[in-house]
Design a protein around this ligand. Sequence first.
Ligand code: BG6
Length: 472
Amino acid sequence: MLHKKLKPFPENFFWGASTSAYQVEGANLEDGKGPSCQDVKELPPGTADLKTCADHYHRYKEDIALMAEMGFKSYRFSIAWTRILPKGTGEVNQKGIEFYNNLINECLKYKITPIVTMFHFDMPAELDKRGSWSNRDSIQWFVDFAKVLFENFGDRVKYWLTINEQNMLTLVGPIIGTMCIPEGTKNITKEVYQQNHHMLVAQAKAMELCHKMLPDAKIGPAPNIAFVYPASSKPADILAAENYNAIRNWIYLDMAVKGIYNPIAWAYLEENDACPTFGEGDAESLKNAHPDFIGFNYYNTATVQASLDRNENISPSADQQSARGEAGFYKGCSNPNLPKTEFGWEIDPEGFRVTIRELTDRYHLPLLVTENGLGAYDKLEDGKIHDSYRIKYLRDHIKQIQLAITDGANMLGYNPWSAIDLVSTHEGIRKRYGFIYVDTTDEAVGSLNRYRKDSFFWYKKVIASNGADLSE
Ligand code: BG6
């Protein structure tokens, strides 16, 4: 649709940015924090360990002040489960409560709305030992953790996100250092989707609890949604795109929003003898979630073609943004119409609009962008970082949000990845996303001084003009 006139961004639009605890905080075993799966995993070669990261744990005041200087209306961060419950269940660590109280209060001091992710890739190591999400008890572990969060922070936190990128945990969990598969598992797909089912039930129960305990708070899921294109107009490719859309995107949101398994995804599970077993009460719990909005991370679209041979050998995904394939179901391919980042991720701003429209059409809920951004090798020169490539990426995506708003989408906010440089899931701190540069490398911890990138000054102007001024 070529609009004659664009609608403005809504008033009270949440302009902000995101981080996650294990990637930004450091102090990973300090003040009583227990280890998470991230702290005990084998690090990808040549990447920074998680002891320091951006040292946000000790420097949050300086960081929030910088966010306030940019004019942030919101800050999306996650709470480390093991800072609150070092063993995952049981005793509460008061030092952990204190840290997040301070962080939340610091945000509020500057009128920055905290948007809290309850779980971002950091399962307590002690719970991994007990089977992690494969253990049905994980549902209760998560709900108990949620209760502690709502009790302690619910008076001030009004926006909650349940599980970050549950779809990526399920599709590429081992690459991002999460998801434990019990030794000797024969049908890995079945195991993975049973874990997925436990997460879905845990999420639904946490949403129900949130509505009960905090009637004025809002809660939603936060999957990584990327609309899937067919490689051509061949009907078989279109079917393949529908297949991948079902297992990459809709299985998560159909369940979170409507409480039902997406039928195409269910057929895929049946084919693979991988249908999850429902426990008592699961079906009711799943129906009772009623999220208030959908949070979603968007980096780019995916493109697939038909796989017409059930014995075809298809290589596994390299990470979150590369579509792999399932013989006889779909096969990932690159999109020749799209440029790529230095780290090989396709860039597709228009696909953002497509994805937002599709979400609007399917679910009729307000949408909150919880991640979007460009990972690049930034260079610090004379105290400056000239990241015009990032400005271009963000500007092109923000324009598409405005187009989508004009198309009829109800957008709550934009919280790109990341507020500040932090350690990537598997490519170290050399892959930078922040508006704020942190002086440190994968090889050695540096001064940790903060520097404002060019994108910092640009985003400040964008926020001040409520998205009207996107010029550099
Ligand atoms: C998302 C995650 O997948 O993408 C973040 O929610 C992650 O945790 C971000 O850091 C960027 O991915 P990566 O692999 O470049 O760190």
